[in-house]
Design a protein around this ligand. Structure first.
Ligand code: NAP
Ligand code: GDD
Length: 365
């Protein structure tokens, strides 16, 4: 019988790739989405079929991490074999402006999920989307044994969720695992995260629609990988015999400045002509450097990222040029075709909003 999965945050970057990965593995996939007055399912539109038609395997349900009631109902009724808890207020800068809301969604939302599983009595595997942001100021490289020192309300909320996941594993015997993931990006990355903000600006500058790009700290260093490879890692974490915690990353560090150089020069532009500083993008406390030591994932999960930093930048710039109605330069698209072959049966970019048909994505009320 086909496995059933439940995904929180299915409308986000990772949730949409996870849905595609699981559908490609013949799962029945259920996702929780928030009620909004406008459609926010663009990242899923291309894999969605009318649930009334025979063979439909993707089902969407309204719910919110701020309310345990509906989460319990859904877990009880869907009876998933695997739960990927990816929903969160995931923006670090925003978490300084909305610390209480971030705690409610990103921290307590996890407890609501774990409690719902425990009370339902359903045997399921639970994946918690933990973050390298929990390492904060701990010196790199960081692995599963590195002491945590979060530097943002978001990082602190994720650390609470990390320990609640461990506690429900130890206290109640739940199969509950943390993936401690370093930054992973794609053409589906939210437009206010720095990588996408840059690649989108490159495309808009080439298209003549934008003159300046305002950024904050250019010295911060991150370990940036390609998101579809990371959802594959999440899936592998839940296929283990025993629940456990894993770091996933590339092991390579690059600064925001290097990302700028790479993205602008790929399009034949000099970034220094366009980039300006706006202090509003600075954080009260910054995480200076994150570099993954993912030896454990390499050995235990046989997980190894294939897309390099330069390749990631090219994939994203190509996709943003196409989204802006311009031809891609082409290297990024070639990399996807050559490195992924049939494994990468997923679309690499988001359907532009203008191509969406109202009502095509329907939610089970
Ligand atoms: P994302 O694109 O920001 O997606 C977040 C998802 O959470 C969206 O589907 C969002 O729904 C949903 N959500 C937010 N608040 C909610 C609420 N109150 N109730 C229900 N759903 C809610 O994030 P992502 O990049 O895919 O990341 C997935 C997860 O991994 C997040 O937990 C993130 O913190 C964590 N993580 C990400 C990275 C990374 O580099 N991407 C690294 C480590 C950990 P809407 O579409 O309605 O906003
Ligand atoms: N967003 C943003 N916008 N970041 C900027 C900007 C800007 O204009 N200018 C400089 N930066 C710097 C930030 O200060 C940070 O050091 C770095 O770029 C990366 O910022 P983000 O892309 O916002 O990502 P993040 O590292 O803070 O958080 C992401 O990765 C975490 C894993 O380490 C998010 O996806 C989190 O959800 C995730 O857990």
């Amino acid at each position: 019988m086909a496995k059933r999965a439940l995904i929180t945050g299915i409308t986000g970057q990772d949730g949409s790739y996870m849905a595609e990965l699981l559908l490609s593995k013949d799962y029945e996939v259920h996702g929780i989405i928030r009620r909004a007055s406008t459609f926010n399912t663009q990242r899923l539109d291309h894999v969605y079929n009318d649930p009334h038609k025979p063979g439909a395997r993707l089902f969407l349900h309204f719910g919110d991490l701020s309310s345990g009631e509906q989460l319990s109902n859904l877990i009880y009724n869907v009876e998933p074999n695997e739960i990927y808890h990816l929903g969160a207020q995931s923006h670090v800068r925003v978490s300084f402006d909305m610390p209480e809301y971030t705690g409610d969604t990103t921290a307590l939302g996890t407890t609501r999920m774990l409690e719902a599983i425990r009370r339902s009595g359903i045997r399921t595997k639970f994946y918690q989307a933990s973050s390298s942001e929990m390492f904060g100021s701990a010196p790199p490289p960081q692995n599963e044994s590195t002491p945590f020192h979060p530097r943002s309300p978001y990082g602190a909320a994720k650390l609470y969720s990390y320990w609640m996941t461990v506690n429900y594993r130890e206290g109640y015997g739940l199969f509950a695992s943390n993936g401690i993931l370093f930054n992973h990006e794609s053409p589906r990355r939210g437009e206010t995260f720095v990588t996408r903000k840059i690649t989108r600006a490159v495309a808009h500058i080439v298209a003549g629609k934008q003159q300046d790009l305002y950024l904050g700290n250019l010295d911060a260093k991150r370990d940036w990988g390609y998101a579809p490879e990371y959802v594959e890692g999440m899936w592998r974490i839940l296929q283990q015999e025993d629940a456990s915690d894993f770091v996933l990353g590339t092991g390579e560090e690059h600064s925001v400045r290097e990302f700028l150089e790479e993205a602008f020069s790929y399009a034949g532009l000099d970034w220094e002509r366009y980039v300006k500083t706006d202090p509003k993008y600075l954080r009260p406390t910054e995480v200076d450097c994150l570099i993954a030591d993912c030896a454990r994932a390499r050995h235990r999960l046989a997980w190894e990222p294939r897309i390099t930093f330069t390749e990631l930048v090219r994939i994203m710039v190509d996709a943003d040029l196409e989204a802006a109605g311009l031809p891609a330069i082409g290297e990024g698209n070639k990399i996807l075709a050559s490195k992924f072959h049939s494994w990468h049966q997923w679309n690499s970019s988001v359907s532009p909003a203008s191509q969406l048909v109202d009502g095509r994505v329907r939610v089970m009320e």
